[in-house]
Write a new protein. Sequence first.
Length: 404
Amino acid sequence: PSWRSGSSGINAEWSLRPGSGQKKKEMLVLLILALVGAASTTESGFDFKSDIAGAFRVQPSDLEEVYPILEMIKADFCREEVSETTILDHFILDRQGHRLLQKVPEKCRAIPCQMLTVVIETLQSTFDNLAEAEDMQDLVGRFHTIAGPLYNQVICPCGKDLLNFVIDLAANYDANVMYIDSDKRDVLCAKRILRNVDLESLRVFGHRVIAHLCAKTAQGVCIDDLFESAKYSGKLFDKTMDVVESMSGEPSESEMRRAMARCDTFLRVYNVTAVIGEDYGYYSDSFEDELEVYGVYANTIFCNQKCKRSISRVYPCCFRNAMRDEKMFEAAEAFGLSLYRLIEHVGCYDILDWSDMTSNKEYILEKFEEYMKLDPNVRDAIMKVIHPMKYCDASSKPRCANKV
């Protein structure tokens, strides 16, 4: 097997490693399950109801410790007057938090209280609903039904205002929840990070994400388009598992080739697995190398001349437009770098104890400068994972769906 690079990104030459047909089938099943977060197969084969939907089967006793916490959070957000309270009466919002909440526009101010009330009343039934899903497409559809009121009544009309409230609160956050089972050193570290991380870039990023998610489309808003794409992906997953289950015994090489050529499954990704190896990984100290491998998987799934029509159904135009928003990515990068600098290279222990570093301020600034210079290829490698369609060559580039 070998790698070859092209203008469309990195592609993998197809190669079938030696091994029994049964082993190849097991590798195939494990790979597809890993892609959607499923961790196991049973002796009798894959069963959606037990292997995936069963994860949402929650007993009332499992939620006994959750409800008291939700009630405390609800009490803070539903409390209209704080003049008679003490600091011990607050869990997630102190008086400063309540003052900031009063600055939220009236139409959005009551939403956290209303949401928490609904969550407490429907949490058990929501889990029960998801656990009844018959297949992946059905499960995604149920999530869509549940999420509809959330983005139609909360995220789109009030998301930016509520995000402003959270970010304004973060810089001086000091509520009681921070001190529960926490070391004082960790609390001080968290507060230092919140005061110094680039929250304004996070605000810009959040506002732009909300604007893209709530952009009007033929389906309603962009979130609806994304759910429709996810439902179709769920259909592909279901078909993938049907094909895998149908390959009983030891499938021949010709059967494997036919399966991997189909456009109505995810099995073509196995072409990459055969090249990379049976461990489904690429062991390297380089973050860019690891991203490169994920980019190969994405390229194999989303850049295929024969399957362009099928791929278009999982590529909404509003998603493409969001991926072209340079200001959104610049804001995300600025926030990420500020957090990276605080945690990875200053470290909480160094924020609290400068005794070994204050003697050489120039050295510290030099290291900051060094760490802030990311390889320009890293951002490109990230984009090849999250927006692989951009890097398809002309013959395999899919059109976006639901263009307004």
